[in-house]
Design a protein around this ligand. Structure first.
Ligand code: ZN
Length: 81
């Protein structure tokens, strides 16, 4: 799994709608990617604020933040990771 896929599927992860095979890939990536571990913490903070996380909610709570995350990922992967 690459970082961008993780970001795109993070809502599925928190809603437990991620298929088990994908969930294993997701957790394997988190285990070896401190960057995405940080992202996961950010989303946990959103859930703590709203009590839940849906795609629409996440976009409503922090649309700018999500855009920034994707920007960071782009810069990061462009740097060779
Ligand atoms: Zn990652």
């Amino acid at each position: 799994m690459v970082c961008q896929e993780l970001v795109e599927r993070v809502t599925e992860f928190f809603e437990a709608t991620l298929p088990s095979t994908d969930r294993e890939r997701f957790e394997a990536h988190i285990a070896e990617c401190p960057f995405c571990e940080e992202i996961l913490e950010q989303f946990r903070a959103v859930i703590a604020l709203t009590g839940h996380l849906r795609v629409d909610d996440a976009a409503a709570v922090a649309p700018q933040h999500r855009a920034e995350l994707l920007e960071v990922f782009r810069a990061w992967s462009a740097a060779g990771r």
